[in-house]
Design a protein around this ligand. Structure first.
Ligand SMILES: Nc1ncnc2c1ncn2[C@@H]1O[C@H](COP(=O)(O)OP(=O)(O)OP(=O)(O)O)[C@@H](O)[C@H]1O
Ligand SMILES: [Mg+2]
Length: 230
């Protein structure tokens, strides 16, 4: 589904991503771990084309996408839930969800399945995004990314600053989406227990490099908890 090969990325003169390669397969959750500032968000933004890469390749669904705009990547089926959620505070929940459908025709309905995943969004359909709790905003950001039916869902620290009950709900949704088998999920996370619970595969980054990788079931035995402990 997603094949990343030998990516290098710079902010000005700072070499941030160093030869990063990995794959994400449908039906699986690939978890990206690492301490603050190691380049996790930069990697996810590179996947979406929100920051340019200097070299390397990104293949999605059998086609190279590294020359494409973020808009084209979204259209191709890449969905992104940014760190900090970035919902539109002054738009309603419904309008935020419609933003997720922006590249579809205006008559495309909001998929009712989204409200089965996140019932709270139905209750709050006409409330402004900015008036939602942090956890509700996170659910809205995920639903917005899911609205057009992506084949790949990229999530950047969805548990950051969110209460435990909603973290559980979000975990259940991610597991359920992976369980359907047709969507690949790339999840960047610093909350170790959450990451371990969901990971089919893991990658650990340090200073822009992947320093460890393997299967989720081996994370504890391989000492990944210690590798990312602050
Ligand atoms: N727009 C930018 N311009 C210059 N440097 C940046 C920019 N964004 C991030 N950086 C730097 O790149 C490095 C990686 O940042 P990045 O946000 O990718 O890390 P992260 O692993 O996502 O961190 P966190 O866990 O805090 O979210 C950091 O040293 C950061 O200061
Ligand atoms: Mg980040």
């Amino acid at each position: 589904m997603l094949t990343v090969r030998n990516i290098h990325q710079y902010y000005g003169g700072s070499h941030i991503l160093r030869d990063v390669s990995f794959e994400a397969r449908p039906g699986e959750v690939t978890v990206l771990l690492g301490r603050n500032g190691v380049g996790k968000t930069t990697l996810l933004k590179s996947l979406m084309g929100l920051v340019p890469i200097k070299s390397g390749s990104i293949e999605f669904d059998g086609r190279p996408v590294h020359g494409k705009t973020p808009y084209e990547r979204a259209r191709a089926g890449m969905g992104f839930v940014p760190q900090g959620r970035e919902i539109f505070a002054r738009l309603t929940v419904e309008e935020n969800l419609r933003m997720g459908l922006a590249y579809r025709s205006a008559s495309t309905p909001i998929p009712p399945a989204l409200f089965e995943l996140f019932p709270v969004l139905k209750q709050m359909l006409h409330r402004r995004g900015g008036d939602l709790s942090g956890g509700q905003q996170q659910q809205l950001a995920i639903a917005r990314a899911l609205a057009p039916g992506p084949k790949l869902l990229i999530l950047d620290e969805p548990t950051e600053g969110i209460q435990p009950s909603i973290i559980k709900d979000i975990g259940r949704v991610i597991r359920m989406l992976a369980g359907r088998g047709d969507m690949a999920i790339v999840l960047c996370e610093q909350y170790y227990d959450f990451a371990q619970e969901l990971a089919d595969h893991y990658l650990v980054m340090e200073r822009g490099e992947v320093i460890a990788r393997g299967e989720g079931k081996d994370m504890e035995a391989r000492g990944v908890r210690q590798l990312v402990a602050i």
